[in-house]
Design a protein around this ligand. Sequence first.
Ligand code: CA
Length: 221
Amino acid sequence: MSNRTISMTDALYDYLCNASLREPEILKELRTATAKMPNANMQIAPEQGQFMALLVKLMKAHKALEIGTFTGYSSLSVALALPALGEVVCCDMSEEYTAVAQEFWERAGVAEKMDLRLGPALETLDQMIADKNQAGTFDFAFIDADKIEYPEYYERVLTLLRPGGLIVVDNVLRGGRVADPGENDAGTQVMRQFNEDLKNDSRIELSLVPIADGLTLAMKR
Ligand code: CA
């Protein structure tokens, strides 16, 4: 017993999944389909999808935003947790990966909730803030795209969120590299600065949860 976060061994991780994972069949199928594709490690972990779905339900969110959709596991987890009239705006660059996402949204019966925006996310977000009067309207947002652009996504997403809305940020521990002084690739340097900036950001309530590759929860005050 200890008053710090437990170290995750393979055996303990298997136990955690066996004891708590309630992955819907359609998400299991999407995971199997994605595993055969290049960059399959860009998919979120299933226990993380379940955690995000719980957050969405807890907040009674209606309107969600995602930066970095890939083959759709996270957006589908969120969409299944939203009410029937909920919506998810999904930003991604890849037609190829999001084609898989669209197939599974369709099969899961949530396609009507999904609004896919192909193109650079910063442009999409700026457009939403400027033209579409969307600022302050989103309940929930997930950031999981180009790590170098995290600070810029974050600022825009914060603008788009309502007070009390939640931003969930993926990969904030970078496979442990953030804590290794020998690791100084650009993405890791940006992430260290980003994590520090959020710690000092008085506009949010903050918690860094060591699930999967590290998930930051930032609630807009
Ligand atoms: Ca990720």
